[in-house]
Ligand binder design. Structure first.
Ligand SMILES: [Zn+2]
Ligand SMILES: [Zn+2]
Ligand SMILES: [Zn+2]
Ligand SMILES: [Zn+2]
Ligand SMILES: [Zn+2]
Ligand SMILES: [Zn+2]
Length: 248
């Protein structure tokens, strides 16, 4: 394990880290933002530990302010503050299990990647720059369909919009949605694990019973999370709608 690179510490992880140049082909997920790891990064020095961080995630400030949530600062947490170990991002609506910018007063949570989405983007799908909205473009009861993937976008989620053309899309590029879906939804896949593989037990009936029980338990947990998120969203949506109407 001898290496000339000096090791560094990050409060999110118990082992020292070392700088790492990540290649796309490695298909590694950042343990912080849970997105693909490319470019300058850090890697855990323990060979059995698959903890990785983008350099940019390594350097994230512990506290930030965001226009989408003007009343309170957001605190960077290295794991979700909820019993479920997941959170629903108030910007994109996807689950997260890594780093999160959190307002504990409002239970408002943002992916670290969503926090840094630019206020204006140019996308292949549209000739004009699109403006970031902290809600759907329609606040008059009309259902908003993403003009790229045709899916409905709930009106409390962020969107990109060209007012001139009434062209709006999901926050994140949805052209490759099918490829990205498993990674984002996977949650745990990006997390560092201290153990070397799980229980490789056989297929006996005791095992399948246990599996069924665990499955039921997971299902229950999922329902509880959904419920929690619904309540959380309803609360925030009301507030966001007011703020948004001022923007449009
Ligand atoms: Zn990252
Ligand atoms: Zn480690
Ligand atoms: Zn998000
Ligand atoms: Zn708040
Ligand atoms: Zn879309
Ligand atoms: Zn346009």
């Amino acid at each position: 394990m001898a290496s000339k690179k000096p090791s560094v510490r990050h409060p999110s992880h118990s082992h020292p880290l070392r700088s790492h140049k990540a290649q796309v082909e490695e298909e590694i997920i950042c343990s912080g933002c849970e997105l693909d790891l490319t470019g300058a990064a850090f890697k855990c020095t323990k060979s059995e530990c698959d903890y990785f961080l983008h350099k940019s995630c390594f350097e994230l400030p512990r506290e930030t302010r965001h226009k989408a949530h003007p009343d309170h600062p957001l605190t960077l947490l290295y794991s979700p503050p909820y019993e479920s170990s997941t959170y629903g991002c108030n910007a994109c609506g996807e689950y997260g299990s890594g780093f999160v910018y959190n307002c504990s007063i409002c239970q408002f949570d943002l992916h670290v990647g969503c926090v840094s989405m630019p206020e204006s983007v140019e996308r292949e799908e549209h000739a004009h720059p699109l403006t970031l909205l902290y809600c759907s473009p329609y606040q008059n009861g009309l259902i908003f369909h993403c003009n790229v993937c045709e899916e409905t976008v709930p009106d409390h989620l962020w969107s990109y919009y060209c007012k001139e053309c009434d062209f709006g899309t999901h926050l994140h590029s949805c052209a490759e949605e099918e490829e990205e879906e498993p990674k984002r939804g996977g949650g745990g896949s990006g997390r560092g694990s201290e153990s070397n593989g799980g229980n490789k037990g056989g297929r006996g009936s005791a095992n399948s019973e246990l599996a069924a029980m665990l499955e039921a338990q997971r299902e229950m947990e999922k329902m509880q999370i959904e419920l929690h998120l619904e309540m959380q969203r309803a609360k925030i949506a009301k507030k966001a709608r007011k703020a948004c109407l001022k923007l449009i």
